[in-house]
Design a protein around this ligand. Structure first.
Ligand SMILES: C=C(O[C@@H]1C=C(C(=O)O)C=C[C@H]1O)C(=O)O
Length: 393
């Protein structure tokens, strides 16, 4: 029973939370002004020195209030990450005014509640224009929707920190003229979801996407006698559970997605790895220009000639230009047995001199080389404050 005294304290807490929100919105307004200044004076978006000073000062102030340095650091990492991503999105829009649409038609895998749906919501929340969601049943269908102008963008999962690369998406990229125009990472938190009040021992049927089963294999191995039913998407799994409305049927999906289907969480943190994140790419018919002030990535594909050391030679071109590779993936080439297509992500802007030279040299020395896109990098590594450790001791 909630007493009057408890109610009063809770009301005071709610008021403080509202003030915190209002202040965060005010801060966001100011960081948008900062972005305007950076556009005008060609200043890089990210300033890690400033972030470090800010965090250090906040940690010290926090300690005076009795707040734990870890808590303060985590809190402000989120705030600063949001501010950097918003500024990047603003600069990217300013550089590509023609891409600002009143309605963004976006194709993604599954339906409301899928991880791709949640990633789509997150990516477009920083961009102007309304969102029209186009749920699809396969990656080929998603790509096709953009190619045929039924959608403006596609959001595709490309890799996951526990189950690795999503090969089918890489294979689709080999055969499309679409360009990668953005990326984002989204935390994947798998929970067991049910339509009825029940417990884990009652579950007989479990629906999920095969990638999700792979990411939760340790948990599934301990589950025992449960019939596992693969679905095309997480949303299809959640829909099946909502329709079954049975205490013995469950799905694996996100809590946020499950809530859209009225499902309850009966167990959370099911993934093998605690830190489970997916990286998504956003593709469109036309490439975008990325301002040089924004940290960017370039993705290209290439196939090398069949001679010893051909891949090493290609990678040495990147090394010579001091270009950092963040990902190298290989996939078979359809119709050419034992030949491989390499997918390479590098840090840097396609408009940078060294990057252009590298692509030119690669085009001249490899069998095939094509840039899939240059886009703002959304992997914002949190600022490290060297002095934090000393402060915490
Ligand atoms: C707001 C700025 O842009 C970025 C975001 C920061 C923030 O949110 O505090 C700090 C430094 C920059 O990396 C700024 O340059 O001041």
């Amino acid at each position: 029973m909630v007493t009057d005294a408890l109610n009063d304290i809770r009301q005071a807490i709610s008021e403080i939370d509202s003030q915190v929100l209002a202040l965060l919105a005010k801060r966001q307004g100011l960081t948008n002004h900062v972005a305007e200044t950076k556009i005008k004076h060609h200043i890089p978006v990210r300033d890690q020195k400033r972030e470090e000073q800010l965090l250090l000062s906040l940690i010290k102030q926090g300690q005076q209030h009795g707040l734990d340095p870890h808590y303060v650091t985590q809190l402000f990492h989120v705030v600063i990450e949001d501010s950097v991503l918003n500024q990047q999105a603003m600069l990217a829009q300013r550089a590509n005014p023609e891409s600002a649409l009143p309605l963004n038609r976006v194709a993604f895998l599954g339906d409301k509640g899928s991880y791709s749906y949640l990633a789509t919501q997150k990516y477009f929340s920083r961009r102007p224009g309304e969102l029209m969601e186009i749920g699809c049943q396969s990656f080929a269908d998603i790509i096709n929707k953009v190619e045929t102008n039924e959608a403006d963008y596609a959001v595709l999962p490309i890799e996951n920190t526990s189950s690795g690369s999503i090969n089918e998406v890489y294979d689709q990229l080999q055969h499309t003229h679409l360009s990668i125009i953005g990326e984002l990472t989204h935390p994947i938190k798998h929970a067991m979801l049910t339509a009825c009040d029940t417990d884990i021992a009652q579950i007989k049927v479990l629906y999920a996407h095969p990638q999700v089963f792979a990411q939760c294999s340790h948990f599934l191995a301990e589950l025992g006698n449960v019939e596992v039913k693969p679905c095309d998407s997480t949303s299809a799994a959640m829909l099946a559970v909502a329709e079954a409305n049975s205490p013995v049927v469950a799905a694996i999906g996100s809590e946020a997605g499950g809530a859209l289907y009225g499902l309850n969480v009966i167990k959370s943190n099911l993934a093998n790895q605690k830190e489970n994140h997916s990286r998504f790419i956003v593709v469109a018919r036309k490439p975008v220009k990325v301002p040089l002030q924004v940290p960017s990535k370039t993705t290209f594909i290439m196939s090398t000639v069949q001679k010893p050391g051909a891949l090493v030679d290609a990678l040495l071109i990147l090394k010579d230009k001091d270009i950092n590779m963040t990902k190298l993936e290989s996939r078979p080439i359809n119709g050419n047995p034992w030949e491989e297509m390499f997918y390479i992500d590098v840090e840097g802007n396609i408009e940078d001199g060294p990057m252009q030279q590298a692509i030119e040299e690669l085009s001249a020395t490899t069998r095939y080389c094509k840039v899939l896109g240059c886009y703002p990098s959304e992997e914002i590594s949190p600022t490290k404050v060297a002095a934090v450790n000393a402060l915490i001791k």
